[in-house]
Design a protein around this ligand. Structure first.
Ligand code: ADP
Ligand code: MG
Length: 252
């Protein structure tokens, strides 16, 4: 099975008050694919990403991650805590702000999820943390505290921490937007290596060159709608829709 869908949204709708933020979102991400979500500020990208792991609960629509699906069009009751927790465990999420636990070492940050949520024995969690910190190039920072790290290093720890939960898919919401320009590359390179390993990823980014290079597909959103989607180079180099063309013209 190389072509199965790992993330599927059908007709997802979300409003804040009277304001519709996701109007009727249908999309899917196949196993091993990297999909970049682009669009102007306020277009609903973060809300869409948060809907995939139900940090935001939509009013309507169908959402599936891996083998677990919730149909909000037929479910009048919100999912229970257990269902929510199991749904969320399928996705790892990395935010613009790193959200590391400041009082814990780097290694403890990575071990925390496996130990408290997955009940992984500490020695095993430590070994997992070591492997993941090696993968993101930070094995030598295991005993450091987050406040001694650069933004790029913090973000790489955040990625290791998300991976420690063995997610089926990874979601990145502007993971490099808060970084000084010279630190962006080290984080993108970790994401690139995850892509090469076949991790399924949906990422919101303003790094168009990266999206063009690493993403298989690009989805352009505006005003809560998917306006255009397609093969990454096709959309970025030759956008069809005037709104996509106007948006991308800011990056040249
Ligand atoms: P993007 O990530 O593309 O910038 P967002 O998904 O963050 O867009 O926001 C889309 C719209 O929804 C914006 O107008 C934003 O102000 C609004 N919004 C987002 N989250 C909330 C919330 N919790 N309460 C009210 N409005 C929100
Ligand atoms: Mg956002």
């Amino acid at each position: 099975m190389t072509n199965d869908t790992m993330i599927e949204l059908i007709g997802v709708q979300k409003s804040f008050g009277d304001f519709p933020v996701l109007k009727d979102i249908t999309l899917n991400v196949k196993r091993g694919d990297v999909v970049a979500l682009i669009g102007p500020s306020g277009s609903g990208k973060s809300t869409l990403l948060r809907s995939v792991n139900l940090l935001t609960v939509p009013e309507k629509g169908f959402i599936r991650v891996g083998s677990q699906a919730i149909d909000f069009s037929t479910t009048r009751n919100l999912p229970g805590d257990k269902e929510l927790a199991s749904f969320r465990a399928r996705t790892g999420m990395v935010f613009q702000s790193f959200n590391l636990f400041p009082h814990m070492t780097v290694e403890q940050n990575v071990m925390e999820g496996p130990v408290t949520v997955l009940r992984t024995p500490k020695a095993d969690a430590k070994a997992i943390a070591h492997d993941l910190l090696t993968k993101v190039g930070l094995a030598d920072k295991a005993t450091a505290h987050p406040d001694s790290l650069s933004g790029g290093q913090k973000q790489r720890v955040a990625i290791a921490r998300a991976l420690a939960m063995k997610p089926e898919v990874m979601l990145f919401d502007e993971a490099t937007s808060a970084l000084d320009p010279e630190l962006v590359g080290e984080v993108l390179s970790v994401i690139r290596s995850l892509a090469a390993e076949g991790m399924t990823m949906l990422l919101v980014t303003h790094e168009m060159a990266f999206a063009r290079d690493v993403a298989d597909r690009v989805i352009f959103m505006r005003d809560g709608c998917v306006v255009e989607e397609g093969e990454a180079r096709q959309v970025i180099d030759h956008p069809k829709e005037p709104a996509t063309q106007a948006f991308l013209s800011h990056f040249h």
